[in-house]
Design a protein around this ligand. Sequence first.
Ligand SMILES: [Fe+2]
Ligand SMILES: [Fe+2]
Length: 475
Amino acid sequence: MDAEKKAAVELLIKKNILVSPELLSKIEKIGMKGIQELENNPAMLQEALQEQAEKTPSVHIAFSYNETPKKRDCKDFVDYFNARYNAIEKILASRPEMKNTTTVGRLKLSKGRNISLIGAIMEKQTTKKGNILLKIEDPTGIANVLVNKNKRTAYETATDSVHDEIIGITGMSNGDIIFANNILLPEIPIHELKKSPYEGHAIFLSDLHVGSKKFLSEPFTKFLKWINGTTGSPEQRDLAKKVKYVFIAGDIVDGVGIYPNQEEELEITDIYEQYKRCAELLRQIPVSKKIIIAPGNHDSMRISEPQPSFQGDIFQPLLKLPNIYPVSNPAYITIDKTPDFPGIDVLLYHGYSFDYYVANVESIRTTGGYDRGDLIMKFLLQRRHLAPAHSSTLYIPGDTDPLTITRVPDIFATGHIHRSAVSSYKGVTLISSSCWQGKTSFQERLGHKPQPARVPTINLKTREAKVLKFGTDEE
Ligand SMILES: [Fe+2]
Ligand SMILES: [Fe+2]
């Protein structure tokens, strides 16, 4: 490299400008004089930076669980529940309605007064008169809370409440029982709709189930053709060109021995071969597009959450892909982050806990169930936890609880229910990805209606969402 070119490259590095092959050839053309001009001309420099940021995807893994496995004991469970309780209590205590909260231990002192209290729901029952009686626990004891059916808002919240969730209560205490006026959820604040200053799209896949006889190879090939810009309308091809990030929310293979007699439904019965095939497919996604990939309950690892990222022999074919970013389930990823823009935060979670909420939350069950993945996501955001009921998923206890939604994401992306939904709640985009597997006999028995071969896409500059279809609804 001649001295002039070397000086120019050093200058660009100093300015945090990535020296791409395209830029190197430009340097050759314009020479050092042109580079100096770039330095002395802020508008031109800004343009160069903008051009670079638009072309260069940036993936920052803000949180991916990576704890080494160890033997857990009773203390880990206590620490885990305390970590969850303290984190959610802190969020609740910051609500203006929850000023001057008391504790269960001090209730007797508040007889006949309006109080506010924070606690976890231990039991819930409907009384003969149709009211709801909640048994609430905080670190100082257990209290009974009566929610009268005539207090509509409190009653509706109590009806939807699940065991173990941590709530705030305002009401009148008679020393033994609290008559609730209102029930408060930790909630998320209204979130500013953050738009990237750079052109680019993120797309959301999930539940490929490679290895299953029902893997939808034809629609997936159609998807691969689209992402390579060889099929679709001019508008669709343009969108494909602008895709910078491909998120995959788990269940990437069908796995082996996941449910009884699964082998009868497998095309590929060797788990190594399933991941090899999956990698062959994902290799066909252009390397310029970054693939952020998390495991799900069909993947070959423990199903207790958080599930660590793909690592180890079995996943080698995947890990060899140059554009892959393996993350845990759940994980927080920031995309499009530059020195000038904080980036867009994505919370990626497979969604194993979702089945519980479809079955147990009345407002979800009666307004669409599995068809309304967005309602499940809203329910979890309001509770600031990915599995507020302990029995809704399996978990690994530790001194933190990574399933607590400590930070409010810009995009909350999930899978698992094999149906796609795009919605938004208080400025957070909610995405339930579709799947690439036709209806299995198991789903047939449960009455599930998968909605395969759909790809939700988000324009990061406008935050507009679109769902692309690569198959027919009958698949
Ligand atoms: Fe799945
Ligand atoms: Fe799943």
